[in-house]
Design a protein around this ligand. Sequence first.
Ligand code: ANZ
Ligand code: ZN
Length: 833
Amino acid sequence: MAREYNHQEVERKWQAAWERDGVYHVSDSPASASAYVLDMFPYPSAQGLHVGHPEGYTASDIYSRYLRARGTTVLHPMGFDAFGLPAENYAIKTGTHPAKTTQENIDNMRQQIKRLGFSYDWEREVITSDPRYYKWTQWIFIQLFKHGLAYESDAPINWCPKDKTGLANEEVIDGKCERCGTPVTKKQIKQWLVKITDAKYIERLLHGLDTLDWPESIKTLQRNWIGRSEGAEIKFEILNPKSETNSNSKAINSKQYITVFTTRPDTLFGATYMVLSPEHQLVDVITTDKQKKTVDKYKKEAAAKSDLERTDLAKEKTGVFTGAYAINPANEKKVPIWIADYVLSSYGTGAIMAVPAHDERDHAFAEKFKLPIVQVIKPARVMPAMNPPMGSAAAWGMGDSDLEYTCWTGDGQMMNSGKYDGLDSVEGKEKIIADLEKKGVGRKAVNYKLRDWLFSRQRYWGEPIPIVHCEKCGNVAVPEDQLPLELPNVEKYEPTGTGESPLAAISDWVNTTCPECGGPAKRETNTMPQWAGSNWYWLRYCDPRNNTQLADPEKLKAWLPVDMYVGGAEHAVLHLLYARFIYMFLYDIGAVPQEVGEEPFAVLKNQGLIMGEDGQKMSKSRGNVINPDDVVDKYGADVLRMYEMFMGPFEDAKPWSTQGIVGIRRFVEKVWDVGARTAPDAAASDDVLVHGTIKSITEKIEQFRFNTCISDLMKWSNAWSGPVNQSEFEIFIMLLAPFAPHLAQELWSQLGHDSYIAQEQWPAYDEFKIVETEITYAIQVNGKVRDTITVPAATDEQGTIQIALQQEKVQKHLKGEPKKTIFVKDKLVNFVT
Ligand code: ANZ
Ligand code: ZN
């Protein structure tokens, strides 16, 4: 007799009961066993949840529920990343104040999330646009400022012409705005920067990665973004141009140098010309009068290009000669100085020694402008199997330079390099640096690609930067007891596009008095980037209502670091790098207790992208977007949860399938039906199935292999026909509960329990009931059985042989070392003498 499963009624009922009884609330003083399971919090969007949200949230929920059942106290909170561009752009589009739209969107999304039955402790919710929260975001900024790590600068910055705001380097993806895809331009405005490159942090940000259990791909992205390069700085003396007239020549009468950064000092003898970035400060000093016009024109053109365009390997190289020369310190040869846009002003020293025989960009440039190419590294003899670059001499197993190859960028043997000839280039590198150092024209140097973090936005919907500009005292922090510095309410919140924030127009807010001297002063009108609030939010969950501290260190000690952090991979060098930096800083100033270490997220798991049913990325324009609400209405939250876990490996991208959803719904109905035909005295399934499944699911939850957990449950349910043993079924629904908490709870109560299954203990399994626990071996000497031994099944080959050798009867026939030992797994050991 099939009974209908009314998911709407069941899910609504239990969600209300959980909330009423505070089933997922955790107190502040956790027992010794505690865990912090964190989701990346969403930004409130008018579209509400998309199917990607429940993927990560379900995984972390399963994991949290599992840990609780194992007796662990779990902190599992949720909140909203509510300041920033998406919220503000939506407000502008709809003509409604962002405070209002943000509130509405949060209320809607919270409802959507609650409908999925996640075990969040909602009492700990944080919202980054709440003044009680951003008071502490501002406090952190002031600490950065006081420690010299937040500073003002007016260098050119990345500018999104559509969003009308400055962007951090991390927000520029392939030359485009991370948010809207508009090509980024440069703009010169006064800006706040955070010194993430500070010597106190950069190496820790790099080496800390080695200690983290994160996906390798994310760690590699961060390493590459930090971009540490070891090499040398080498000084080239500028030759005073004699044959040319130069009205600036006075400036270079005393010795002047161009310093370059190179990772290949071993190629110094092959440096046949130099290149300055068009912005280099020496360009105007050295350029000859004859070349001045050409150089100025080129500088203008370069300024209009993006870094991406400039450094693209495939782009045709451009550049112009300055008319000036320098002296290569290795061989005293005169080398021409050019300017070219493939050399960036923002990296290294903004100048290079060009080695066209061994650097591809230099090679292309030299070919185009007919500059000399001098080979100084001979490829080492490489075997073809070692995969040298295609077409290189080495690819043919030859290392000889008389074979043709265009540009060898690897290591090898030095040649055309005077006394260094014949040296291995790796060794030669050290020798050359040491010799240059003796002459005072070189030294070891390390460079990083990471740049300071642009921290101000010319937008309304963000935390006001708590700084006052005073003519007498300069930049002064707003006193901490005056925080939060509230975002004033405005009529006009549209970005101005001038580089000024809309706040600049509110004169009675802008004009204030200096906290230091009491004189007239003006408030900073830029706001903070969205990252400011998401940099530290997981700390606040530990103590969300604290009004005197960011969080009580004792409470932080109880929960931190985060044991499991789940979210999308798109944050690899944005949120995840910023968050590590801010945490390290808070650790250094004692706001994060020393006991918890300086890395915030011990384990990170990235969910894979859910694609549309057509295998394409879900997007409105393609019309392949699945709305989770519709799925919940039609099939239920448990089905959505289980389906998303069943789609495939958690980390993989996978396409949506309506058929797959239907299959999971059928499974839910099947379990529901079985619930009506359990009996205490019905025959139970065999031990290997029951205990084997418990073991498998236990291990696979810990490994985040949820798809296999669900197939394990399906396999088990396939073994049932007729009445099902009640105790066995209870174990089954306990294993099901983290995945389908509503269904499991309903069945649990129908079986007569008045407890919450979420508070029950995880089923134990008995290892002995799963596998054959012991194995008996026949022990032969020269093919004749002399004894038998019984060993635990887990004993390996060597262990088994050792035990066999020790047997008295074996020893008697063996007389000394066996010549040969034959091992047949699970059967026999034969010693041949
Ligand atoms: C000579 C040389 C010879 C180089 C050779 C490479 C190969 P990474 O590894 O990314 O740090 N370089 C230095 N500053 C630059 C700038 N501002 N803009 C563009 N290129 C710059 O790269 C370091 C190498 O990139 C440096 O080593 C320099 O070229 C170039 F066979 O110097 B090399
Ligand atoms: Zn002042």
